[in-house]
Write a protein that binds this ligand. Structure first.
Ligand code: CP
Ligand code: NVA
Length: 313
């Protein structure tokens, strides 16, 4: 919470109270269900963020994050400005602190997608409006809020479920680990030893009672899972493409691997996907895949995040 108690930033799931995470998830699900059958633009009739401006800064490419936040703020009654860092003075060396101070005089909330988590932390500390993490090299909390919403929607509960991660120990996995330290589900991770999950996140989650296991065998991780998740082998910050492909060859999510999951298991991927690399077309385009619900749920989860940040959930 800010000093005057009117707003809070959404930086990482590990920093948010469990009750608040659950309130955002159940609020998002109710809002999604309430709009069924209504025209897409005529929803959230109370326009809780009427008159609010969201400024979004992208230092990396984006399709889902850009569009879902833009649509979210409009459907809540607000407006947005999308800024590429290359077009800002930030790209010519103006400090993040000065950028934060200027944007805070004009925008009501700021979202940043950047490389270093330190830059996001500095923006949040220097801004006098809430700041949202739109992905860094280290984490992607908005994605995992959408993934948790998708799990809730398809399985009825998050608590008690088994989620299996197969592949790179990357930023998306770190936010899953944070979620496992806050919510009562089992997270079973398999990565190559060279691409293991973030050690600090794991230590934090375990200290907070997370049911998290880490190994190198995808079949063992997936065994009996309610949900199987993977991500690209080469993230936006990675340069070692060839060696990653070699290390991750045996971590492809295919029909043979999915046969070890629960009979009614779902498959998730944050997208963008690379068919026949981290996942076969038969899985991502098959009956167990919920990736399009997951992508849509970015919109619903982020509406709840925007409202929570502005104390209007
Ligand atoms: N999943 C996700 O964050 O997608 P974008 O990179 O397209 O925003
Ligand atoms: N791990 C991926 C996620 C993209 C949404 C990346 O950082 O590129």
């Amino acid at each position: 919470m800010s000093e005057n108690g009117n707003y809070r930033s959404f930086i990482d799931i590990c920093d948010v109270e469990t009750a608040d995470l659950n309130a955002m998830l159940s609020g998002a699900l109710m809002a999604k269900q309430a709009r069924e059958g209504t025209p897409r633009g005529v929803i959230d009739g109370l326009r809780p963020l009427d008159g609010h401006l969201l400024a979004m800064i992208f230092e990396k490419p984006s399709t889902r994050t850009r569009v879902s936040f833009d649509v979210a703020i409009r459907q809540l009654g607000g407006q947005s400005i999308v800024l590429s860092a290359a077009d800002l003075q930030l790209g010519r060396g103006e400090t993040i602190a000065d950028t934060a101070r200027v944007l805070s005089r004009m925008a009501d909330i700021i979202m940043l997608r950047t490389h270093e988590p330190e830059k996001l932390a500095e923006l949040a500390s220097e801004a006098s409006v809430p700041v949202i993490n739109g992905l860094t090299d280290a984490s992607h909390p908005c994605q995992i809020m959408a993934d948790l919403l998708t799990l809730l929607e398809h399985k009825g509960t998050v608590a008690g479920r088994k989620v299996a991660w197969v592949g790179d120990g990357n930023n998306v996995l770190t936010s899953w680990i944070h979620a496992a330290g806050k919510l009562d589900f089992e997270l079973s991770i398999s990565t190559p030893p060279e691409l293991s999950p973030d050690a600090d996140a794991l230590a934090w989650a375990r200290a907070n009672g997370a049911k998290v296991s880490v190994g190198t065998d995808p079949q063992a991780a997936v065994s009996g899972a309610d949900c199987v998740v993977t991500d690209t082998w080469v993230s936006m910050n990675d340069t070692d493409t060839a060696s990653r492909h070699n290390l991750l060859q045996s971590y492809q999510v295919n029909d043979a691997l999915m046969s070890h999951a629960a009979d009614d298991a779902i498959f998730m991927h944050c997208l963008p996907a690379h068919r026949e690399e981290e996942v076969t077309a038969s899985v991502i385009d098959g009956p167990r895949s919920v990736v399009w619900d997951e992508a849509e749920n970015r919109l619903h989860a982020q509406k709840a995040i925007l409202r929570w940040c502005l104390n209007k959930l």
